[in-house]
Design a protein around this ligand. Structure first.
Ligand code: LUZ
Ligand code: MOS
Length: 749
């Protein structure tokens, strides 16, 4: 029993928004949304809907007491549509009723007339029309133009990458309860309680101190609740505030799939140049990000794409341009990797194409160009240590890459129907929010008189295990058993100004804050014991629930020292703040030191295709991953396994389909295939590379949430290589996802 939530999860006792006991007189809300992707609302007729038995009220943009504006980075998003609609699923009206059933009945009776405009769904088309969310961004180092002139080989191409549905098990939702003082208490399934608080206050015209947001845990998020949990919480708050009754709003799966944003689809053009030793001399890339109808987090996501343009390779001349293209699809949003995976897929496609043209294995180019100690990334940060090469070499040796290659070759020579392919996938992911100010967290630690401990931080538990890690670090600092430690809900009244739990940084930032607060209390306990025993502080320590004097057990147990300290009026609580040192980035020069550190690793992926059916199997994934010193190995292993499966899903089976009128066609789980237990490679080995020093991670650990997602890219190229074994001269169009249909077509077309 290692995970903090394991018992309650397994017994079905864990509470999510829809399980919370609601107060008496709670109302239920439904959202009426746009059925067209682009146009003007000519007429909205609520008359029949309002007459439905049990309807308390229907609210539109006119009923908003404060600002009808929920855009986080760019102020371009209304809470409820005002005149214009820009995507199918855009909220227009909020229906609040005595029952969910009544609210749904009313929704059917709302009459609306639109004046339709032509929707844009393709980012390149939006770009041509000049429809951008904000001006383009360009990251540049060296001089690509000069360098291309001197290259021995230059290749170019286009890459198209699909989006991805988060499919968190718990759909979006919130419960809002009005307070006696006109304020509101919100239970929200959000990664960002402060975003919910700030936005609710703005929309309701309240001070932030009148809005309390509480989050117990999330049933998954993956980035889908970094920004896009806010709208539902604020809608519930609007209903509760206006009607002075509690309001619950939980989206059905169908509504959630239709109305919420997903991972950004990208289209890209690249040009890559090599010198005579197959070193990458120059790389030029243009990304057309399908941003959706409003900004949401698109600008930050595009920026992370630009940061990860070179993946883990050293490229002296690089120019990366990003266009955030405004289309009439629901706003695309944060999703594990946050734009990084798209960038890494493009450069891996460029390398694969070059290798195919040169008649060599892509791994030769990859190996030849790995970033090493002393190299600088194109944004000016120095690469640390040598983990890129270490992980690569360890993977090749430990998992016998050459032998695997020979075996696949042998297999392919003997088999007509089945072909195998192998790919190596090295990763490098920058850890820190790229908006430097977000790299902050705080913690509040209380020790109660019975020796039990309550810990509050800004971290949101969403299944990733951050609570387990925080309990681990607090137990290490105090040297007490974890059973004494309770991780409290995340609450804006206890912990203010929270950064979202995102960017893989939850355990780093909040773990460090929790360590600092615990150390503060520990210092007071040690001071108290040293006075009691009339000895120097330095002679006192706490070890496995005993106060030690010069390393020897004293009569004071943990329980006794806590009790005595209390009666001697020693404070047993502390609040502490942590901010990542040394991170900065200049958005004019696009240079700086944006990341505390990078996480590295290498996967070897083997795929087998059935050339008759186009079906395939990812046979094995062997991974060497850079964990620093793992805090909780079982949690870290789970993150690598889950990330890999999710990455495989993204590039091989999850196919988002929007019709040209902007309607989501893959709108249910019968038409949108997500990875399941059978999609996980039959053989999956994870080697813990624990050699890196990391002063930014609690107890020398490293962030783990997002980086392993990118190992999934290896599955795509393993599949391409299997296809190549069947059709050696095949020229690929690098499009993802590579579904069985596409595999089949690529074999015969
Ligand atoms: N969220 C964010 C993120 O606001 N900034 C980031 O840099 C980031 N990176 C990864 C995931 N979420
Ligand atoms: Mo995120 S993509 O919410 O770390």
């Amino acid at each position: 029993m290692k995970n903090y939530d394991l018992n309650s999860h397994v017994q079905g006792k864990s509470l999510f928004i829809d399980d919370l006991p609601v107060p008496e007189r709670t109302l239920f809300a439904e959202v009426f949304d746009s059925s067209i992707a682009h146009g003007e609302i000519i007429k909205l007729d609520l008359f029949e809907a309002c007459k439905v038995d049990g309807v308390a009220a229907i609210f539109t943009s006119k009923d908003i007491p404060g600002e009808n504006q929920i855009g986080g980075i760019i102020q371009d998003e209304t809470l409820l549509a005002d005149g214009e609609v820009q995507f199918i699923g855009e909220p227009i009206a909020l229906i609040v009723a005595e029952s969910k059933h009544a609210a749904k009945e009313a929704k059917k009776r709302i009459k609306i007339e639109y004046k339709e405009k032509t929707p844009i769904t393709d980012p390149r088309e939006a770009y041509k029309l000049g429809l951008l969310i904000h001006p383009p961004r360009i990251f540049e180092c060296g001089n690509v133009e000069e360098s291309f002139k001197n290259c021995k080989y230059v290749f170019d191409g286009r890459v198209d990458i699909g989006g991805q549905e988060h499919l968190y098990l718990e759909t979006q939702g919130a419960v809002a309860i009005p307070n006696e003082d006109g304020g509101i208490k919100l239970f929200s399934s959000t990664q960002s309680p402060t975003a919910v608080q700030r936005t609710a206050a703005k929309v309701l015209d309240l001070l932030m101190n009148k809005v309390e947001v509480d989050v117990l845990r999330l049933g998954g998020a993956f980035g889908g609740k970094e920004d896009q949990a806010t709208v539902w919480a604020v809608l519930a708050a609007l209903g509760a505030h206006k009607l002075k009754r509690p309001v619950k709003l939980v989206l059905s799966r169908e509504d959630d799939l239709r109305m919420t944003g997903k991972r950004h689809p990208y289209s890209a053009d690249y040009k890559i140049g090599f010198d005579k030793k197959n070193k990458i001399a120059a790389y030029e890339v243009v990304y057309y990000q399908n941003s959706g109808a409003v900004a949401d987090l698109s600008s930050a996501i595009l920026e992370r794409t630009l940061f990860h343009a070179a993946n883990t390779y050293f490229i002296p001349n690089l120019k990366a341009t990003g266009f955030p293209c405004k289309t009439n699809l629901p706003p695309f949003t944060a999703f594990r990797g946050f734009g990084g995976p798209q960038a890494m897929f493009v450069i891996e496609s460029a390398i694969h194409k070059a290798a195919s043209e040169l008649g060599i294995d892509a791994s030769e180019i990859q190996e030849n160009n790995l970033i090493k100690r002393g190299d600088t990334f194109h944004y000016g940060q120095k690469a640390e240590l040598t983990q890129a090469k270490e992980c690569w070499e360890t993977a090749k040796e430990k998992f016998q890459f050459s032998l695997k290659q020979k075996e696949a070759q042998k297999f392919n020579n003997k088999n007509e129907r089945y072909k195998k392919g192998i790919a190596l996938m090295p990763i490098c992911f920058g850890i820190s929010f790229t908006s430097s100010f977000l790299n902050q967290a705080s913690a509040l630690v209380h020790v109660y008189t019975d020796g039990s401990v309550g810990v509050s931080t800004a971290a949101i538990e969403m299944g990733q295990g951050v609570n387990t890690k925080i309990a681990e670090v607090v137990s290490r600092v105090f040297s007490i058993d974890k059973s004494r430690i309770k991780i409290e809900s995340t609450n804006t009244t206890r912990i203010a100004n929270t950064s979202p739990t995102a960017a893989s940084s939850g355990a780093d930032l909040n773990g460090n804050a929790a360590i600092s607060a615990s150390k503060e209390v520990l210092k007071r306990l040690i001071e108290f014991a040293s006075q009691k025993f009339k000895t120097d502080n330095k002679n006192i320590s706490i070890d496995r629930e005993h106060v030690m004097i010069k390393g020897k057990k004293s009569e004071l147990t943990w329980n006794k020292i806590i009790s005595e300290a209390y009666f001697n009026r020693v404070s047993l609580s502390a609040h502490s703040f942590y901010s990542t040192p040394q991170v900065y980035f200049n958005r004019e020069t696009n240079k700086g030191n944006p990341f505390a550190y990078h996480v590295y690793g290498t996967a070897i992926v083997v795929a087998k295709i059935d050339c008759l059916l186009g079906t395939y199997e990812i046979e094995s994934a062997d991974i060497v991953h850079d964990f620093g010193k793992s805090l909780v190995p079982v949690v870290d292993l789970g993150q690598v396994e889950g990330g890999l499966a999710q990455g495989i899903g993204w590039l091989t089976m999850e196919e988002l389909v929007y019709n040209s009128d902007g309607k989501l066609a893959s709108n249910s789980l019968s038409t949108y295939k997500v990875p399941d237990i059978y999609s996980v490679p039959k053989e999956l080995n994870v080697h813990f590379h624990e050699r890196a020093e990391n002063k930014f991670g609690p107890f020398n650990s490293k962030a783990v949430g997002e980086p392993p997602f990118m190992y999934g890219i290896g599955a795509y190229f393993a599949l391409l290589n299997a296809i190549k074994a069947a059709r050696p001269n095949k020229r690929f169009d690098y499009t993802a996802p590579l579904t069985p249909e596409k595999v089949l077509l690529s074999l015969f077309r």
